[in-house]
Ligand binder design. Structure first.
Ligand code: HEC
Length: 177
């Protein structure tokens, strides 16, 4: 009995002591630059954060008003950029699109200007016509601080993209000329 209790106390202590190490591994890091720490995959689709996405080319910026008030940038990997410049539809397998988003903040240095505040989400759409045949060929992933958001949020992705941009391979963003 007594040794069982000591065992319990030891286990509780070990759990408490382990917390700082979990927090210190960088997974709680904020912002869009936390890409390489995320090993976790999105629910439903199993999309992970691809290496080097922060270096991808810009397709277009976007802004959304209240209540989110965000500034966004949609980037694509090389396959995506080639498809955009050649006007290829549907997008070929291997295409990855990402949308980075930040809070929309007024510049403290020049009032009429807006600047990005804190990063909010990083989202991905990965094209694989076999693996994702039941969702129009696309896998979806939304990440906050490098970690995927819950399944409920991932249930919304396909519906909105499919309802509004079915004739553009479920992709909203057009090339900003
Ligand atoms: C209510 C509608 C809606 C929902 C739900 C939604 N999106 Fe989008 N998404 C958009 C719009 C509109 C854009 C175009 C860019 C913008 O205005 O921000 C977009 C753009 C994107 C892009 C850039 C490629 C493109 O289509 O332009 C990605 C990647 C993306 N969304 C991922 C996701 C993921 C992942 C989810 C689910 C977690 C999701 N979206 C849910 C409306 C939606």
């Amino acid at each position: 009995m007594k040794s069982a209790r000591i065992g319990l106390i030891a286990a509780a202590l070990a759990a408490v002591l382990a917390v700082p190490f979990v927090l210190a591994d960088g997974s709680g890091e904020k912002g869009n630059s936390a890409e390489t720490h995320a090993a976790a995959a999105s629910p439903i689709y199993g999309v992970t954060i691809p290496d080097g996405y922060r270096q991808w080319q810009l397709i277009a910026p976007a802004v959304e008003g209240a209540p989110l008030n965000e500034i966004r940038a949609v980037l694509g990997n090389d396959i995506a950029i080639k498809a955009y410049t050649e006007g290829t539809l549907p997008f070929p397998d291997g295409t990855i699109l990402t949308k980075l988003a930040w809070k929309h903040v007024q510049s403290p240095e020049f009032e009429p200007a807006s600047i990005p505040g804190d990063a909010t989400t990083v989202q991905f759409m990965v094209k694989d016509s076999v693996k994702y045949k039941d969702s129009g060929g696309w896998g979806f992933g939304r990440f906050v601080n490098g970690q995927p958001v819950d399944e409920m949020q991932h249930q919304t992705c396909l519906g909105c993209h499919q309802a509004r941009v079915k004739d553009h391979d479920l992709v909203f963003t057009r090339w900003a000329r």
